[in-house]
Design a protein. Structure first.
Length: 399
C-alpha cells in the first residue's frame, strides 16, 4: 500500500522526536510522528535530567506540565568512589540550579501529549521497516501499521529520532563500529530507600558505576552500567543485577532496606557512532545521531537541544526548494556539542583508571572553582570548553 503523509515524518516519539514534532507543529508545519510502542511505555534509561534539560523544557513551554507531575528537583549529585566522595552542586552567577527526576513513562508521555496539543499527528503502534529513497534522496519510509499492513509513507523530510538502534540510520548504512566503551545498562526503580536524600548519587567502581536518583513520589531510579560481557550465559537478570550491586558497596549501602518495585530493564551496547547525521531528505536527532555513555547524563539534553537545532533548518528547507538543511543542521549541532563530546571522552579516560578518578574526586572537595566549572559542564548550563583547557586540568590534578 502507499499513502501520502506529511511535510515532515518523525520516526520515534521519545524526547527527541516529540520535541521536534512540537516545535514544527507550532510553526504550522504538517508533521506526523510514527512510534512503534504504545505510550506510556517503559524505557531502560536513567531518569535524572540535568539543569540544562530544565532550561530547554522552559523554552519549549512544557515545564509547567512537568512540574504538575511532582518530580524530584535534585540540587546536585554526590560522586562516590571506594575512598572519596564529593557533593557536586549546580550553581551559577544567578544562584542555585536544580536538576529533574521523573520516571520516563511520565516524562515521555507529557512531551508527546504536548506535541499532539500543538497539532502534530501521532500514530502509535507503527513499526518503521526502512527508509524509501528516490534518486539518492530520502522521500519517506516503509512501515508496518498496527493492522500488519505494509505501508509506504511519503514525506519531504524524514527525522530519525528512533534511538540507539535507529532503523533510519541502519537502513541508510550510517552506523559505524564502536570500539570503546562496550557497556551494558540496567535500570530499575526502588521504593523505601531511606538513605537517599534530595540529591542524586553516583557510585563508581572498577569497570562499573551505579547512578541512584530520586524521581518523585518516594521512588528512586537505579541505573547500573557494567561491562558488556559481565553477564554469565544463562544467568537470570535479577541475580546478575544483585551481583553487580554487590561489587559497589556504596550503592548497596545506599539502597539498604529498599525494595525493588519494577522489572529490571537493560540495553546494550550503550555507545553509538554514525557516519553522518544528515543528508538529502533526512536528519538524525537524539541517540540516533550518536551516543557515548550515560555517565554524564547528556542523552536527554542532547535529544531536546538537537531538536531545537534541527527545526529551523527543516523550516527553511520546506519554505525554499533549493535549501538543503543538511549542512546547516550538521554545522550547528557540531558547534553545540563538540566540546561536550570531548569532555565526555575525557571523563571516560578517568573512569578507565580508577586511581586517577579517585584522586580527582578527592581534590574536587578542596577546589571550589574547579568544581563549579565541572558542575556547569555536567549540568549542561555552561560550555564544556573551559574544562578541556590544559590549565584547568592541571588545576584539578596538581598535588
Amino acid at each position: 500500500m502507499s499513502a501520502d503523509v506529511a511535510d515532515v515524518l518523525v520516526v520515534g516519539g521519545g524526547p527527541a522526536g516529540a520535541a521536534a514534532a512540537l516545535l514544527l507543529a507550532r510553526r504550522g508545519i504538517d508533521v506526523r510522528v510514527l512510534e512503534k510502542a504504545k505510550f506510556p511505555r517503559e524505557k531502560p534509561c536513567a531518569e535524572f535530567f540535568s539543569p540544562g534539560v530544565v532550561d530547554v523544557l522552559g523554552r519549549l513551554g512544557v515545564l509547567p506540565a512537568i512540574e504538575r507531575s511532582e518530580p524530584a528537583r535534585p540540587p546536585g549529585m554526590l560522586i562516590c568512589t571506594a575512598h572519596a566522595r564529593f557533593l557536586l552542586l549546580y550553581d551559577d552567577d544567578s544562584g542555585s540550579r536544580q536538576a529533574l527526576g521523573l520516571p520516563r513513562p511520565v516524562f515521555d508521555q507529557i512531551l508527546l501529549d504536548q506535541a499532539k496539543e500543538a497539532g502534530a499527528r501521532v500514530d502509535e503502534g507503527w513499526r518503521v521497516l526502512a527508509v524509501v529513497e528516490d534518486g539518492g534522496k530520502v522521500v519517506g519510509v516503509r512501515a508496518e501499521s498496527p493492522k500488519g499492513e505494509d505501508v509506504r509513507l511519503s514525506a519531504k523530510i524524514v527525522v530519525g529520532a528512533d534511538g540507539l538502534h535507529s532503523v533510519v540510520a541502519r537502513s541508510l548504512g550510517l552506523d559505524l563500529p564502536v570500539r570503546w566503551p562496550h557497556r551494558l545498562g540496567l535500570v530499575a526503580r526502588y521504593t523505601d530507600v531511606d538513605h537517599i536524600g534530595t540529591v542524586g548519587e553516583m557510585h563508581v567502581g572498577t569497570g562499573r558505576y551505579c547512578g541512584i536518583a530520586p524521581v518523585g513520589n518516594g521512588l528512586v531510579n537505579v541505573g547500573l552500567v557494567v561491562p558488556l560481557d559481565a553477564k554469565a550465559p544463562g544467568e537470570p537478570i535479577e541475580e546478575f543485577f544483585e551481583r553487580q550491586l554487590q561489587a559497589l558497596p556504596g550503592a548497596r549501602a545506599a539502597l539498604a532496606g529498599g525494595r525493588r518495585v519494577s522489572s529490571i530493564r537493560g540495553m546494550g551496547p550503550l555507545s553509538r557512532r554514525v557516519r553522518q547525521i544528515a543528508g538529502p531528505g533526512y536528519l538524525l536527532v537524539g541517540d540516533a545521531a550518536g551516543f557515548l555513555d550515560p555517565f554524564t547524563g547528556e542523552g536527554v539534553y542532547r535529544a531536546l537541544r538537537g531538536a531545537e537545532l534541527a527545526v529551523p533548518a527543516i523550516e527553511r528547507a520546506l519554505s525554499c526548494s533549493d535549501h538543503d538543511p543538511t549542512t546547516e543542521y550538521a554545522r550547528s549541532r557540531r558547534a553545540e556539542i563538540a566540546d561536550k563530546e570531548h569532555f565526555c571522552q575525557l571523563i571516560q579516560v578517568f573512569l578507565g583508571v580508577p586511581p586517577l578518578f579517585d584522586y580527582a574526586v578527592r581534590h574536587l572537595a578542596e577546589r571550589a572553582k574547579i568544581a563549579r566549572v565541572l558542575g556547569g559542564a555536567l549540568g549542561d548550563y555552561r560550555p564544556a570548553g573551559p574544562a578541556l583547557r590544559p590549565g584547568f586540568l592541571w588545576s584539578l590534578l596538581r598535588p
